[in-house]
Design a protein around this ligand. Structure first.
Ligand code: PLP
Length: 393
């Protein structure tokens, strides 16, 4: 019900606090499968000071337009692209929609039945994008480590294929597709290749420095034409902060529409959203400048240390097993006998906010910075108890 007379602010806040009592907070560590985390305090400060700024009106907010340009430049540099074309977005979903739109438009004279090749380990936003854009999804198989099978992608190419989508940091397991092999296939067939690095974009560049594997996934790989990366995941930016980068200006043209009533930088729009917060772009800029590569390296190092500790605890539990050796700060945990749903129900009843993945059936843990060693141990103490006391199915 919408009241006729207004309430005083104190009462409003009290009511809101009451309603939000049911939210899990990152500070408790209980959301153990979330790709978001407590945003960096500098970002929160910048965000709250710049709330009125609209990135859909960059003609009005010319300073914010320059900041967005610089954010795209920093992201390009992180992903090995000197001159990025693209846009900041509201997150991975919007970036994936825009990449698919660009590739459908590029091929519109060639095919009336556009198809995209999407491996089975990809995020569902690609299916959503295809659904919205009237594009058919052709699924490609994954190997035993749940990486896309490049050979299967090659087999599935037809005259209607408008784009190939690979992932660097899968939602389910944090796995990285063989981007070099897929890039070779994409470029020899002249098909654009999008790499969804929504999660991995702020992780993989630092793994090599930490001696945890050197993965080719960015614009240095032949054939990669676009990448999505989300500062609001491991970039520690406030939600919503995503970005889509293309290696050619022509792709940008495919996603740009004129706005007849706006001027200058606002007269062309390349995002799904019209009005959109500049605050998160400004906050992203501030955090990236403040942390630098070394700051993010340390964040990733901390998350990987807790991931290793959790992986060891999984191996010590006779009822559980790892789906793969963790590549980044995501773990997929298989249950040997007890149904996953039963474990999830019991863990939820104990206050943990859980998630499961279908491929393979696992409990999914995302070790974000709010999942400290203490939190992880507390979580696992309960998981050990729950998984060893439920009778098998
Ligand atoms: C690999 C990947 N891509 C895209 C997305 C969608 O991102 P968002 O929820 O920010 O739209 C996710 C979200 O978990 C993801 O893991």
């Amino acid at each position: 019900m919408f009241n006729e007379e207004g309430m005083n602010a104190e009462d409003v806040l009290e009511r809101l606090d009451e309603l939000l009592r049911n939210d899990a907070t990152y500070r408790t560590g209980h959301p153990i499968a979330s790709m978001s985390t407590i945003p960096h305090s500098l970002g929160v400060d910048v965000f709250s000071r710049t709330l009125e700024k609209n990135a859909g009106r960059l003609h009005t907010f010319k300073g914010s337009a320059e900041v967005e340009r610089q954010v795209m430049g920093m992201l390009g540099s992180l992903l090995q692209l000197e001159t990025p074309f693209g846009t900041t977005t509201s997150g991975g979903t919007e970036s994936n929609i825009l990449a698919m739109l660009a590739y459908r438009e590029r091929a519109k004279r060639r095919t009336k039945n556009p198809e995209v090749i999407v491996p089975k380990n990809a995020h569902m936003s690609l299916e959503k994008a295809a659904w919205m854009l009237g594009v058919n999804v052709v699924k490609a198989n994954v190997d035993r480590e749940f990486k896309a099978r490049a050979k299967d992608i090659e087999k599935k190419i037809t005259n209607d294929t408008v784009g190939i989508f690979a992932t660097a940091g899968t939602t389910y397991l944090g796995q990285i597709d063989p981007v070099e092999e897929i890039g070779e296939i994409a470029s020899s067939n002249r098909i654009p290749l999008h790499v969804d690095a929504a999660f991995g974009g702020f992780v993989i560049p630092f793994l090599a420095d930490l001696g945890r594997g050197d993965y080719a996934f960015d614009f240095s790989v032949k054939g990669v034409t676009s990448i999505s990366t989300d500062p609001h995941k491991m970039g520690l930016a406030p939600i919503p902060s995503g970005a889509l980068l293309f290696n050619k200006a022509s792709f940008m043209k495919n996603i740009t529409r004129k706005v007849p009533y706006l001027r200058g930088a606002s007269a062309n729009q390349s995002s799904v959203l019209g009005t959109r917060p500049a605050a998160s772009i400004l906050a992203t800029w501030a955090i990236m400048n403040h942390l630098g590569r070394e700051g993010y390296r340390q964040v990733v190092a901390g998350c990987m240390q807790v991931t290793d500790m959790l992986a060891e605890r999984v191996m010590k539990n006779p009822m559980l097993d790892l789906a793969i050796k963790p590549v980044m700060n995501i773990l997929g945990i298989k249950s040997r006998e007890v149904p996953l749903e039963t474990i999830v129900e019991k863990m939820e009843a104990r206050g943990w906010r859980m998630a499961t993945s279908p491929l393979p059936p696992t409990l999914r843990l995302v070790v974000m910075p709010h999942v400290t060693e203490g939190t992880a141990n507390a979580f696992f103490n309960v998981l050990d108890e729950v998984s060893t006391t439920i009778p098998p199915d």
